[in-house]
Every structure is written in structure tokens, then in C-alpha cells.
Design a protein around this ligand. Structure first.
Ligand SMILES: Nc1ncnc2c1ncn2[C@@H]1O[C@H](COP(=O)(O)OP(=O)(O)O)[C@@H](O)[C@H]1O
Ligand SMILES: [Mg+2]
Ligand SMILES: [Zn+2]
Length: 337
């Protein structure tokens, strides 16, 4: 991998990290304003901690030990008091810390265990995003389970319109639960893959992003690609002469990355080579128990007409089919604005 890419990624991380730290300081100061007793106790704690550090260079060994013990006791007492205050004002210690995306490496991208330093999974994911130009996945800050809003789905059932008894709201709550379970069982051999069907604007890509973020935070890697681009990339690779190691690695990832998300299946232009490749990907991944989320605007009937039996039987047999219903959220959002 090109050194320049590492540098670029690290630079972006640094500024994002700094932003989170700055935000935490602002938030903390605001909390201090509302609760001066908390600021007061933090000041005392800092003072004692500083004294403990300074004490190392003062006086003879015995007095130093005694003083150190005393100060440790004092520190414990203060921390206890702080806990009580936090409990009373309903603030956790986490609320006072920066809200880093990756709790494993605090967004540094690097983990140190003993003498061994290695790249954190989130850093590997950054490289994947870069390699696959996963611009969509960069929206993970906006589209995740925390920002997921069921309010866009109507609670009024309409069997004539939607074809099922449930209301869009009931329906999406079930799909959300299925998706959360899917994330939980990402490595399980018994859990199925997900097939999202339904018209445009019903939140299929949004929910795929929620899943991507959740899975990445669990320490796994994700490749997201729309079907047309994925197919083009694969054919380009297949028909190129000199394949670099990087290109090979990129191709192999499609088959062995922990989670592959194929968005907008059915919007690719048809040709037999592509169908063979698509079958190959789905089949290989199923055999190796590597999970997939596939989204499509097509109905099951359309899928039947478009793809052959081999692909269809695998989709039907190994995927939980989630049918999105409701009204175009994009239009709803526009109206609100
Ligand atoms: N659960 C949700 N909460 C908030 N916004 C959503 C939700 N689902 C979708 N959206 C928004 O609605 C729009 C359409 O969603 P999208 O996922 O692109 O639909 P689809 O992929 O089904 O065409 C996007 O702007 C998206 O951010
Ligand atoms: Mg979409
Ligand atoms: Zn990390």
C-alpha cells in the first residue's frame, strides 16, 4: 500500500480526533458551569495527583512513602466524593470524556499491547474505504442506529397500498430488530444473510449503513459497493493483464471480507459474464460463511425474471428477506425542510 495513503488517512484521523477532544472540553466546561461542585472536586483531584507526581523527588525514602500513602487515600476519598456528585447530577464519567468512534484505540488507529504495536481494525477499515472509494460508508457518522428515526414510518396499516397487514412502523421495527441480531451474529454459522427489497427512498441504504457501522465497531471489516460499480470493477480486474498485488488483494477482499454489502442490485446492466461473477461471489461467500447484505428496488418477481435459478435459489434459501414498505422518506424530508 502506498505510503501517501497512510499519511493521508492518519492526517484526517488526527483532525477528527482533535475535534472530538475540543468538543469534549467545551461540553465539560458547560457541565462545570451548571455544577461548580464538580469543577471544584476535579480541581482538588488534579492537585493531589500532581502532588503525588512531585513527591517522588522530595525528602527521604520513609517520609516519601508515608506521604504517598496519605495522598493516595486522599485521592480515593475525592474520587468517591466525585462519584457521589456524578450520580446525583446524573452524569457518567464517559459523558466527560471525548466520544471517540473507536473505543478500542480511541481513534488513534494504533493499539499497543505490551511491546507489540499494531494497526487497529478501524484503521484497516479506513484503508478499505479508501481502496473501494466507499464514499457512502463515510456517511456512517450520520446514518447509524443512534440516528435511526422510526418517525418517518407511518403507524397506519394499509393492506391495499403496502400488500401486508402491518403498518410501515411495525414493519420497520421488526426489520431493525432483525438487523441488530444480524450484527450480533455476524460470525455465527446458523444466522442468515439479509436481502432488503422495496421501493426507493424507504431506508434500505440507511439501514445498510447502520449495519456497517455496528459491524465495524465490533472489530470486523466491511466492503460496501453498489452492484453496477462492483460488477464493473470485477470485470475490469478479470480482463486486465498484469494484475498488481494490490489489485489482487482488492479482488480477494470481495470474497473474504467479514461483511459485503451490495447495494442497488438490479441496476447493473445485464450480461452473462456479470451474472457468472455475481453467482460466484454469492456462492463462495455462502460456502465460507461470510455474511452479506444485499439491497434491491426489485420485487421478488422482478428478481426471478432477471436472474437465473442458481442465483435466485441461493437468495431465497440463505437470506432473510426484509420487505421495506412506506412512503418515500426523501420526499418527507424535503417537505419538512
Ligand atoms: N431510519 C431513518 N432515519 C432517518 N433518516 C432515514 C431513515 N431511513 C432513511 N432515511 C433517509 O431517507 C432518505 C432515503 O433513504 P435511503 O436509505 O437512501 O433509501 P433507499 O436506499 O431505500 O432508496 C435518505 O436521505 C436517508 O438518509
Ligand atoms: Mg439505496
Ligand atoms: Zn480503532
Amino acid at each position: 500500500m502506498d505510503n501517501q495513503i497512510y499519511k493521508e488517512i492518519l492526517k484526517k484521523r488526527d483532525s477528527k480526533r482533535q475535534k472530538k477532544i475540543d468538543e469534549a472540553i467545551i461540553k465539560k466546561n458547560k457541565i462545570y458551569q451548571d455544577y461548580p461542585e464538580l469543577e471544584n472536586i476535579d480541581k482538588q483531584i488534579n492537585m493531589v495527583a500532581l502532588n503525588i507526581a512531585r513527591n517522588i523527588v522530595s525528602s527521604d525514602e520513609i517520609t516519601r512513602q508515608i506521604e504517598k500513602e496519605n495522598m493516595k487515600l486522599k485521592l480515593d476519598k475525592l474520587e468517591n466524593e466525585k462519584n457521589k456528585i456524578l450520580k446525583k447530577i446524573n452524569i457518567t464519567r464517559q459523558d466527560l470524556e471525548p466520544d471517540f468512534d473507536c473505543k478500542i484505540c480511541n481513534d488513534t488507529g494504533i493499539i499497543t499491547e505490551g511491546k507489540i504495536t499494531s494497526f487497529c481494525n478501524c484503521f484497516k477499515q479506513d484503508i478499505l474505504n479508501y481502496t473501494y472509494k466507499q464514499s457512502n460508508i463515510l456517511k456512517l457518522d450520520e446514518e447509524n442506529f443512534k440516528t435511526f428515526d422510526s418517525g418517518y414510518y407511518s403507524n397506519k396499516p394499509n393492506k391495499e397500498k403496502y400488500g401486508i397487514e402491518k403498518s410501515p412502523l411495525e414493519n420497520i421495527e421488526i426489520i431493525k430488530k432483525i438487523s441488530l441480531d444480524f450484527c450480533k451474529n455476524i460470525k455465527s454459522e446458523n444466522s442468515k444473510n439479509l436481502l432488503f427489497t422495496g421501493n426507493t427512498g424507504l431506508g434500505k441504504t440507511f439501514l445498510s449503513n447502520c449495519i456497517a457501522r455496528e459491524v465495524i465497531q465490533k472489530g470486523f471489516n466491511v466492503v460496501y459497493q453498489t452492484s453496477p460499480i462492483l460488477m464493473d470493477q470485477i470485470l475490469e480486474y478479470k480482463f486486465s493483464y498484469d494484475k498488481t498485488d494490490e489489485q489482487k488483494e482488492k479482488y480477494n477482499k470481495i470474497f473474504n471480507v467479514d461483511l459485503l454489502i451490495i447495494d442497488d442490485l438490479g441496476t447493473e446492466t445485464m450480461n452473462n459474464n456479470k451474472f457468472t461473477e455475481l453467482f460466484n461471489i454469492i456462492n463462495t461467500r455462502l460456502l465460507n460463511n461470510k455474511k452479506m447484505v444485499i439491497s434491491t428496488n426489485l420485487t421478488l418477481n422482478d428478481l426471478y425474471n432477471r436472474y437465473d435459478e442458481r442465483i435466485l435459489s441461493r437468495l431465497i434459501g440463505n437470506f432473510t428477506i426484509c420487505k421495506f414498505i412506506g412512503d418515500d422518506i426523501r420526499l418527507k424530508k424535503k417537505k419538512i425542510k
